[in-house]
Design a protein around this ligand. Sequence first.
Ligand code: ARG
Length: 462
Amino acid sequence: MKKKTNPVWGGRFKKKPSHLLEKINNSISFDYRLAKEDIKLCKAYTEALVGAKIISASENKSIQSNLKKINDEIENGKIKFHEEYEDIHMNIEMILKKKIGSLSGKIHTGKSRNDQVVTDIKLWVKEKLKSLSKKISRLQTIITMKAEKNIDVIMPGFTHSQNAQPISFAHYLMSFFEMIKRDKNRINQLIENMTECPLGSGALAGTNFFEIDRVLLAKKLGFVKPTENSLDSVSDRDFLIEFLAILSIMSIHFSRISEDLIIWSSSAYDLVKFPDTLSTGSSIMPQKKNPDSVELVRAKSSRIISYLINLLILQKGLPSGYSKDLQEDKEPAFNAYDTIELLIDVMSEVIEKIKLNKEKMYELSLKGHTTATDLADWMVKNLKISFREAHEKTGKLVLIAEEKNTYLHKLDIKTFKLIEPRINESIYNLLSPENSVKNKKSFGGTAFSQVKSAIRRARKKI
Ligand code: ARG
């Protein structure tokens, strides 16, 4: 008699799942993305079953070659997955069954979908971390190239969104380099931390007397060693949370740089220009050219953060051991990855193609008394007064400039001398943005010489 219940776990059931259960229970619509990892896992596990004398050498041969065939067929889009088989694990097993018959039923010996799925995702995360790391390196190269070309471009640096002190545009760009350098470090650290293989933990308690060599299994799958505790292994998703935390931090970096560029491209600032290819128009205002590319980078970073929150909330209330809730860990991870990949690509193109309005940048750096600190520092050095005293005197001069509706560097020498008689003409040179930048010679500062060597050092770290 043909059984109507689930072909994998239906033994103790009299009735098959309702359509509603099928709808809420199936994960193949998204976990098909784990096919490559699942097949790799099945191949390694089958080898382990040979070692355990559950599968013979000739059976192994047939299973291995058919699993490879399935892999190729999936890659070529020749396989149709079925919702009734719930997930990628059961779909692969059923496809194998179609090819080799009941022999396929041996490969799940001692294995549970609980240790299987977590191993699959771990393999997937490791792979994706590696490709993200490569993409970041590419963006780092683009940043250093753009920075190198714009070392002597002076713009105001901002604090509180107010003009603060003049900086080199390359210094600004290299700040972005540093942010993503940390992202890459976090990525590499996570790869290094993901040393333990959960496969062989079974459903929760470990595998029975089959003598599965977990050490060998771990090595075959590219891990260093097996996990220590089978109960912990089947519900550990810490690495996935860490993955999304790294992606979230990265997306915050992209969002903040986007925010700068959006503001700076506005007519009020007019410091940068987006190319047509990265802008859109308005359906009503014919003159408009909007920086949608980076607005969407800013917007989509919120999604990535929400996927992290999604995962955290998903897990906080779970008891130990596997619960089906954990099936819901995949979509946030997949979505977050797809989104960050897009964001890196868009940011790379934006940095490469964005045009600078160098004159406007310089002009703006002259506004807002941006070199006032340089004057205070000059007084400390040349007049041997305390910084507080120098700050007070400079503040008074700024106030006079404000009242006269002019800038500090435009006050005449008499006015300077009114507040501090020992000030002389040399301060005009000092108060220029060029000099202000040139004097920031501290390691990591914005002096052209420093920026140059920062770029040189950065290049070696890509
Ligand atoms: N599709 C499931 C998931 O993604 C696989 C594990 C199912 N385990 C179980 N005990 N029903 O989590």
